[in-house]
Design a binder for this molecule. Sequence first.
Ligand code: SF4
Length: 755
Amino acid sequence: MAFDLDMIKKVYSQMGDRINKAKELTGKPLTLAEKILYSHLYEGQPSETYTRGESYVDFAPDRIACQDATAQMALLQFMQAGKAKVAVPTTVHCDHLIQAKVGATEDLQNAINSSNEVFNFLDSVSNKYGIGFWKPGAGIIHQVVLENYAFPGGMMIGTDSHTVNAGGLGMVAVGVGGADAVDVMAGMAWELKFPKLIGVKLTGELSGWASAKDVILKVAGILTVKGGTGAIVEYFGEGAKNLSCTGKGTICNMGAEIGATTSTFGYDESMERYLRATERAEVADLANGIKEHLTGDDEVYANPEQYFDQVIEIDLSTLAPHVNGPFTPDLATPISEMREKAAANDWPTKVEWGLIGSCTNSSYEDMSRAASIVEQAVAHGIKPKAEFGINPGSEQVRYTIERDGIIETFEKMGTKVFTNACGPCIGQWARAGADKQEKNTIVHSFNRNFAKRADGNPNTHAFVTSPEMVAAIAISGDLGFNPITDTLTNDKGEQVKLNPPVGDELPTKGFDVEDPGYQAPAEDGSGVQINVAEDSKRLQLLSGFAPWDGENITGAKLLIKAQGKCTTDHISMAGPWLRFRGHLDNIADNTLIGAVNAFNGETDNVKSQLTGEHGAVPATQRAYKAAGIPTIVVGDQNYGEGSSREHAAMQPRHLGVRAVLVKSFARIHETNLKKQGMLGLTFANEADYDKIQEDDTFDFVDLKDFAPGKPLTIVAKHADGSEDTIKTNHTYNAGQIEWFKAGSALNLIKRQNNG
Ligand code: SF4
């Protein structure tokens, strides 16, 4: 769907030279991940080597994808950049805001009714700025990207953590915050710490009930939810070649669940088959022409211990079907051990629902393998014990499985076919009775199973498994059901053993679709109007933050001295606030409400120096802003850890906070503060944190001399008339100081465009 062949040709034409240069510089053969990284440097040709896990490197991604929840603030910011078009191919996908309740048609209409304003906004911004727009119902972002845009050896970023799914087609694809995406849309570099490398050698071949999903369920059990942090996981070996392309996507997708930066596979015949089946024969031909650059070097795979930071080996021939959970995706249990483990842990074994879908497992192959189990049950007169729902991954998949009778098979068992969207995977599931909060069990083919994620009920025990195992377990209604050894009872009282699943990797008659739900942007978007209602609760156009006035900040009051952990969730809470992600002023009403006030140990209760009264943080700050009084937030260690959401920096900035002074920062949040024109400072002497008192007023002394590597001095004036001089450090380089002076990085880009 309008994939950019010229861009791919350009990337491929440069890869060989850049990879050879990187080999010369590093003096060693390269993994696939290194080849992609070194051939996507912002500076072009490599000129130095980087240290894994240490060096920060500027990259130039080839593509960007955004989903509807995160795209709102990203695009609102991009509109500020003053560009006529995005600098790299970008798509927006409407998939998160659609609730699963009755069935596809009605649910989609309800979503359009309730979020029309947001969809229309995303549609018109996409149209104006040259962004491909995938309408509500077109499919789940990562399935659509795999079907249309991913290409071997490419690099992409996306404003969603499961962007990593595109590793199934040999990309380095990474989930980022909106601010990073905006930079790249505006033509700037994307910075990433050069990742460590984990190699997973796959041998043998899957058979019976084992599937690609079991590879990552097993890896998650080995590495745990943190084991991949800061690393790219690269799969290789004969076993990798024996997996389908969408199966590889499933494995890479759940790399997010082990914390990996991303995961990837070398180009092989399964990818070629997939590219050709999805009408991208030209891409396959181009990839065949530079095959040797689209996979790791033979020497690397022959001696993986020498070239990867960690190596794991899995024999697919002996891999057993796994069921992971509840409440965490790394609690891996082979199905043969589930009955015993469930009893030992008091997990309910009666299964209430089986759900197939999510970006992890909603391909044609997934649907056809699961349907083969349903078909057997229907043929043998077995009635399902649990309810059953599916979310196809894209309209192309849905249309094709309908044509091929797969939907009809599911429907014979009373399966609900929901919209081609995230649905229950992101809590968009109006599950009847969930509000009673009863202890219960569901099985699904998704990636995450944290408490409350699917239906909001903290007592729902959600287990992650493959689509075919979801089908078998849902039919049996028993979490401990092992289809390899156990039988089911049919309507005649006979015992029936299910045969292992069979399915087609790709549709034998090819994919088909009438309306894929794609809308190409206008050739010339300059005349496209973007309408946001003045009184909208969901969306608000940004007006750009004020530039620095060139003066020292004086008379600043302490807003809050946060104590202990203060993550981006404490600064800008998620949950019910998600609906305001496109409205800066409305979402600012959650600013710092989760931070613990060091003076009373309470959250969202700080003293106002205007009134002497205690009150909510956002209201207190709004009063300072109304009075024209600047403020400072003081924090503890690792301030701003957690997600990369830019709201955590934009909200305090919007409300008038000028500086955040902490013992230490989480790096991404520190960068986000800089991008939004804030002062992110650290105590030169951590013990000075203790000198900050509740009624302090702050004067900057030398802000006019703000320069790289030069500490800034602040005088803290206490209520008793005494003073402390606080030395603060910062990590602003010359360019970032210009962001501060301009009021934000975007203001600077805008000024440069106009200049
Ligand atoms: Fe995220 Fe689930 Fe949607 Fe995938 S299906 S993009 S994991 S919400």
